[in-house]
Design a protein around this ligand. Structure first.
Ligand SMILES: NC(=O)c1ccc[n+]([C@@H]2O[C@H](COP(=O)([O-])OP(=O)(O)OC[C@H]3O[C@@H](n4cnc5c(N)ncnc54)[C@H](OP(=O)(O)O)[C@@H]3O)[C@@H](O)[C@H]2O)c1
Length: 272
C-alpha cells in the first residue's frame, strides 16, 4: 500500500510514518515545504504524480488560542487546505484519512459523544476543522474521518511534557472541570491502521476511558515517581482566548487502549 502523509514533520506525523512503515506500507512523507496543502495546483500535481492508495492528512493549523485572532489563516489551512486534498482525492479515487478533533463538539453532553452526534464547535479551531470534515464528506465517496483528542507524543509540545517541565515548582494548578480522552500519538497511529479494515466513515480514535486535565497531571506525576504539590482549579481561574468544551469524551470504538496504559508506555520510552 502506497501512503502519502501530509504534515509528516508534525507531532503525529513523526510517529505515524514509522508505524505505517512497520506495517509494510510504502510511505511518502510530505510537509509544508514539499506539499503546501493551501496550494491547490501543487496538491493536484503531487497527488496525480504519486497517486497513493491512501492520504493520511495530518497537516493542520493547530494553535487553538491563536486561531481566535487569526481565523483567516486557520481557515486557509484547516478548511481550504483540506478542501484541496479532498477534491484531488475524490477526483483520483484516493482514500483520505482526515485527522479531526473532539473540539468539533460543544461539551454539553454528559455521556460519551458518538461519531454521528451533532457538532457545534465553541472556537475557531474546532470550526475550521469541522469545515475540513465537511469538505472530505462533500468531495470523497470513500473516506475516513478520525477524530482524536488531547494528543501527546515525543515529537511535539504537549501537556505531558509541559507538566514534567513544571515539576520543580512549589505548586502547580491544573483545571479539573474539563474532561476528555488523552491520546498518545503512537496509539493513534495504530488505531488508524485498525480503522482501515472498517467501513468508510467517521470514527473516534482516542484513548479509552476519560479524565480531567487535573487527573491526567496527577497520573503523569505519580507514574513518573515525582512528588509535586498539585492543586485542582476551575477553567475560570485561567481564562484563555479560545473556549474549550467542558466534556469532550468520545466513544472510541475500541480502536485504542485505555489512556493509562498508553501513558505508561510513553513515559517508559521517554528519556528522563
Ligand atoms: N494536538 C492535539 O491535541 C490534537 C487534538 C485533536 C486533533 N488533532 C489533529 O491531529 C493532527 C496532527 O496534530 P499535531 O498535534 O501533530 O499537529 P502539529 O504538530 O502542529 O503538526 C501539524 C503539521 O502540519 C504542518 N502544516 C501546517 N501548515 C501546513 C501547510 N499549509 N501545508 C502542509 N503542512 C502544513 C505543520 O508544519 P509547520 O510546523 O512547518 O507549520 C506541522 O508539521 C491535526 O490535524 C490536528 O488538528 C490534534
Amino acid at each position: 500500500m502506497k501512503v502519502l502523509v501530509t504534515g509528516a514533520n508534525g507531532m503525529l506525523g513523526q510517529d505515524l510514518c514509522p508505524v505505517f512503515e512497520d506495517a509494510g506500507a510504502f510511505v511518502i512523507e510530505t510537509d509544508a515545504d514539499t506539499l503546501d496543502i493551501t496550494d491547490k495546483e501543487t496538491v493536484d500535481k503531487v497527488l496525480n504524480d504519486i497517486h497513493p492508495d491512501l492520504v493520511v492528512h495530518c497537516a493542520a493549523y493547530t494553535n487553538v488560542d491563536k486561531a481566535e485572532e487569526d481565523l483567516k489563516t486557520a481557515r486557509l489551512i484547516n478548511s481550504n487546505g483540506t478542501e484541496n486534498i479532498a477534491k484531488a482525492c475524490g477526483k483520483l479515487g484516493i482514500t483520505p484519512v482526515y485527522i479531526s478533533t473532539d473540539y468539533v463538539f460543544d461539551g454539553t453532553k454528559n455521556e460519551p459523544y458518538m461519531p454521528d452526534d451533532k457538532p457545534n464547535p465553541l472556537n475557531n479551531y474546532g470550526l475550521t476543522k469541522l469545515e475540513g470534515e465537511n469538505a472530505v464528506k462533500k468531495y470523497c465517496e470513500k473516506y475516513y474521518i478520525a477524530r482524536t483528542s488531547w494528543l501527546y507524543g515525543h515529537h511535539g509540545k504537549n501537556f505531558v511534557e509541559t507538566m514534567l517541565s513544571l515539576a520543580d515548582r512549589p505548586e502547580i494548578k491544573v483545571v479539573d472541570d474539563q474532561i476528555g480522552c488523552p491520546t498518545w500519538t503512537v496509539e493513534l497511529a495504530n488505531g488508524i491502521l485498525k480503522l482501515l479494515s472498517k467501513p468508510y466513515g467517521t470514527y473516534h480514535v482516542c484513548g479509552s476511558g476519560f479524565v480531567s486535565w487535573f487527573g491526567f497531571a496527577k497520573e503523569i506525576f505519580e507514574r513518573s515517581g515525582l512528588k509535586v504539590n498539585l492543586l485542582p482549579c476551575k477553567t475560570d481561574e485561567f481564562p484563555r482566548p479560545a473556549k474549550r468544551p467542558h466534556y469532550s469524551v468520545m466513544e472510541n470504538n475500541s480502536l485504542c487502549r485505555n489512556w493509562q496504559s498508553a501513558l505508561q508506555d510513553y513515559l517508559k520510552l521517554r528519556d528522563f
